[in-house]
Write a protein that binds this ligand. Sequence first.
Ligand code: THU
Length: 130
Amino acid sequence: MTDKELFGAAVKAAAYSYSPYSHFRVGAAIMATDGRIFTGCNIENASYSLTNCAERTAVFKAVSEGVIKFKAIAIAGSSDNDFTKPCTPCGACLQVLSEFCGDDLVVILSNGWFKLSDFLPVRFGSESLK
Ligand code: THU
């Protein structure tokens, strides 16, 4: 699957976004090292802070099926169905991604491709607990 196709899967996933409060639809598609793709959307709640971002939905779907190794994630977000403006992953999602992914996880946005370390150069991880 190409970067463009993975981004397309993220745009498709945004169609299921439950975002009655922000009206900002986000979709994510994460590719496991075995090639499997898991998609997710943002899921909001009337108690706003309980909102789950699209990236975390995708990661949690994968982990709940026993998949914990990933090579790339595509993220698409828009308030008007124009997914050309980049939607950068939030800090909480970067921390969740960093639990399962190395610095070299490829992050595909509408404006190109990045590494996880571009957004989160220094992380809090399990080694910090020792
Ligand atoms: N959101 C995501 O799903 N992913 C991000 O990386 C940024 C923000 C969602 C959360 C909320 O439902 C909406 O976008 C507006 O913040």
